[in-house]
Write a protein that binds this ligand. Structure first.
Ligand code: WT7
Length: 655
């Protein structure tokens, strides 16, 4: 592969002077210090992580073995003899010392309805709800599905599970009943926690109704705890359904934490892969918590008194890590944001930053692209002087959006961090360090501690040893927060991550490394689409489309989009005698089966799809046709039906 493009000199942004002269100084305050720590973490991982694990976490039983096992069998363990409890680490140890310190600042959908929750209060609420769960039979190792809006009770539900050693599986509140059902069934949860309704961007979401629809096909669910959020009357079927507030009143606000093994699972997080069925990624208590704590401290350069403002939903790994486990493990304060960037106006983020004096602000590039379109007049009137670190995650950030973020939001005095990671990595993997790394817009720069990156030739699997490299991104050795398995499907775990390139963890992303050693993430090399930072698989969307009675075949593709990064477009062929299908029905089909965020922007009804002789749909050709690159369609000789291409070009043009 040519690497000429890696020779381009990108603008280098040094660490802003004012960050270096601060007191206290950044945790890592020069590139030399970063390099030294990074080298230690790679040369001597046992000492490095052993020390950090004792510094950042409280163990009820100390560990003896820092790391054992490896990628081949997927038997990696970290801190295997160690015993601890995640909620104790996030709550008790801070509440004992400092009960009045604010743990969570809740910014509700409607401006002006914010609420502060201290460590003392949060501990009591979590204990009470843990006792409720206990009274209903929840115990260590049980899985509990949580489908909740962005309210403090969601944090309480999550930590109550952790307190009992129960495994939480939070399903993003944007998922449809069908997706929710699949996730509840896959996790075999007997308990579901939800709310009556919720509000987002001024609109009401009928959460309980969605749950009821999902549960029609989940006979194993014994209880649904319903938090009263809006107070509207909702369908309620006792004794399965139980009101959160009724039960809470009965319980004492202390519940002893269930001390678990470091390798006991803390949670399941479903994510899309290249096949239809979502994968239940398993994260463990010790390793995950350590990396979450370390991310907040080092990647966000978190100091006592800082206010972490992560705008993600708690239904994604970013929310788990940067709203709950990272900030609370550090005894910090996190904002829980229950609205959208543009409700009621495109100033909302900046009003929230100014009001709560947020020091670290974190969102997805898609939000920045959207706000940039509205213009800086929505940003400028707000006092953003509290900000020190502004970050993005979830998808590539294009350099001009980066520059806008840096100049307009960061006023050139903040550190801008483009952080690369995945649900499976559990914590930030490639990132600048705020006090150390000179940044290049569009590059996630360097690996985090302990992350041993490699760029492989995708065809041969050989590692590219030169500094300048272009290929697929892999990791050479285990790190504490790596996913340990896929729930009930270890073989799929090995197939997806460990077997594509022997001896490596395979990320699924393409990447380049330039002459200065900076990493540039190119995006997925598999059939995963990234819409506004939401990860979707093409086959998931296709399965939804095929469920429509009129659909014969379907192909979904990701097409570049100015705001969303990518958007979904779909090609459908119809069964005979079904010419009247309305394209809207097909879009609705996807909304219904997956969720609104997955809905195709466009559906083309066509005569035939380009296929290989073995019947594989060539999505690459569809993508080129839609993007107008019909003169670079590549080799069509492998197609079983090359004539379809010209017809398709016409069909797309005329639609
Ligand atoms: C995929 C993972 C960030 C955690 C939440 C998303 C893409 C993520 C970046 C980035 C370019 C990125 C990758 C990755 N991605 N961060 N900074 N630059 N691409 O986790 O839903 O598991 O998605 O998001 O393609 O594989 P996720």
């Amino acid at each position: 592969m040519s690497t000429d493009h890696l020779k381009i000199q990108f603008k280098l942004h040094p660490v802003p002077e004012c960050l270096l002269s601060r007191n206290p100084p950044p945790h890592v305050n020069s590139i030399e210090q970063y390099k030294k720590l990074y080298e230690e973490s790679i040369k001597n991982p046992t000492e490095f992580w052993g020390k950090l694990a004792n510094e950042l976490l409280t163990w009820h039983t100390p560990f003896q073995t820092v790391l054992s096992g490896g990628f081949e069998h997927g038997d990696v363990t970290w801190f295997r003899e160690g015993r601890l409890n995640a909620s104790y680490n996030c709550l008790d140890r801070h509440a004992i010392k400092n009960p009045d310190k604010v743990a969570i600042i809740y910014e509700a959908d409607e401006p002006g309805q914010d609420r502060k929750i201290t460590y003392g209060e949060l501990l009591r609420d979590v204990c009470r709800f843990a006792n409720v769960l206990k009274a209903h039979g929840v115990k260590k190792g049980d899985t509990v599905s949580i489908y909740m809006p962005m309210v403090p009770e969601a944090v309480i539900a999550i930590l109550a599970c952790a307190r009992l050693g129960a495994v939480h599986s939070v399903v993003f509140a944007g998922f449809s009943p069908g997706s929710l059902r699949d996730r509840i069934l896959d996790a075999s949860s007997k308990i579901v926690i939800t709310a009556d309704e919720s509000c987002r961007g001024g609109r009401t979401i009928h959460t309980k109704k969605i749950i009821d629809e999902a549960l029609v096909e989940c006979p194993g669910v014994e209880h649904v705890f319903v938090f009263r959020c809006t107070g509207s009357s909702v369908p309620f079927s006792s004794p399965r359904d139980v009101w959160w507030h009724d039960e809470l009143e009965k319980q004492r606000p202390y519940c002893p934490p269930e001390i678990v093994n470091a390798e006991d699972p803390l949670f399941i997080m479903y994510t899309s892969g290249s096949t239809g069925k979502p994968k239940g990624v398993i994260h463990t208590t010790g390793g995950y918590l350590l990396n979450a704590a370390a991310t907040l401290k080092y990647v966000f350069d978190y100091h006592e008194g800082d206010i972490m403002g992560c705008m993600a939903d708690i239904g994604w790994i970013t929310g788990h890590n940067c709203i709950i486990y990272g900030p609370l493990a550090n005894g910090g304060t996190a904002v829980l944001f229950g609205s959208t960037p543009i409700y009621p106006t495109p100033s909302r983020y900046w009003e929230v930053v100014a009001k709560h004096k947020i020091t670290q602000f974190y969102t997805a590039p898609t939000a920045i692209r959207l706000l940039r379109k509205f213009g800086r007049e929505y940003v400028d009137p707000h006092d953003l002087s509290s900000l020190r670190v502004i970050g993005t995650a979830g998808e590539p950030i294009n350099p001009d959006t980066w520059e806008w973020y840096n100049e307009v939001v960061g006023r050139n005095v903040c550190s801008v961090i483009d952080t690369y990671w995945q649900t499976e990595t559990g914590s930030v993997t490639v990132t600048p360090f705020p006090g150390a790394t000179a940044t290049k817009p569009g590059s996630a720069t360097f690996p985090f501690f302990g992350i041993d990156l490699a760029i492989l030739n995708p065809d041969t699997g050989e590692e590219i040893e030169t500094t300048e490299a272009e290929g697929v991104l892999a990791i050479r050795r285990p790190w504490p927060s790596m996913a340990r398995t896929i729930y009930n499907n270890h073989n799929r775990y090995l197939d997806t991550y460990m077997r594509p390139y022997k001896g490596y963890y395979f990320t699924g992303d393409g990447a380049g490394r330039d002459h200065d050693g900076y990493y540039w993430i190119r995006g997925r090399v598999d059939d995963v689409i990234n819409v506004s930072g939401h990860r979707l698989s093409t086959s998931e969307i296709e399965s939804a489309l095929i469920m429509h009675p009129m659909t014969a075949e379907a192909a979904a593709i990701g097409v570049s989009n100015e705001i969303k990064g990518q958007c979904v477009q779909a090609f459908v062929t119809l069964k005979p005698n079904s010419n009247n299908t309305d394209v809207k029905d097909l879009t609705l089909q996807v909304r219904k089966y997956i969720g609104p965020f997955a809905a195709p922007e466009k559906v083309y009804i066509v005569n035939d799809l380009p296929k290989t002789r073995s019947g594989k749909i060539m999505r690459r050709i569809l993508r080129k046709i839609v993007e107008g690159q019909t003169d670079s369609l590549g080799d069509l000789s492998t197609l079983a039906n090359p004539d379809t291409v010209d017809t398709l070009i016409e069909e797309v043009k005329n639609s």
